[in-house]
Design a protein around this ligand. Structure first.
Ligand SMILES: [Fe+2]
Ligand SMILES: [Fe+2]
Length: 137
């Protein structure tokens, strides 16, 4: 049975930071988060959800690596602080994955997606945007 669902959040051009390759990846990341949201709502197989959570981790890791290269190439003064945000978030994400393994209930998964969404949106709108403005000017 399929159920019509509302996306976790819609792409908004307010998320654009003006560096094409990073904007493209941010959009893809948001697609992934919506995919997770739909799967949780549809109560799909746990294996499928685990795979999506793994895909999101891989995408985040690759995205942060690219973004950090852009920052180094742009000689961004805030590099160390920004990279620390990425590293700490990845650590938290891995902690969440371990916790989720032992707490497969819907309440916990909703907490994960809310946490992911809030971090990603906030990070794009603040740290990524600030970095882009500094590099491009
Ligand atoms: Fe970032
Ligand atoms: Fe980013």
């Amino acid at each position: 049975m399929t159920t019509a669902t509302t996306p976790l959040f819609q792409w908004d051009d307010a998320y654009l930071i003006g560096i094409d390759e990073l904007d493209y990846e941010h959009r893809g990341l948001i697609d992934n988060l919506n995919e997770l949201h739909e799967e949780l709502l549809r109560n799909v197989d746990r294996d499928r959800v685990d795979q999506t959570l793994g895909d999101i981790h891989a995408r985040l890791t690759a995205h942060f690596a690219l973004e950090e290269r852009v920052m180094r190439d742009g000689k961004y003064a805030g590099y160390a602080t920004h990279k620390r945000e990425h590293d700490e978030f990845l650590d938290d994400y891995v902690d969440f994955l371990f916790l989720f393994e032992n707490n497969p209930g819907l309440g916990y998964s909703v907490m994960i997606e809310t946490y992911l969404k809030d971090w990603v949106v906030n990070h794009i709108l603040t740290s990524d945007r600030k970095m882009s403005q500094m590099i491009r000017h």
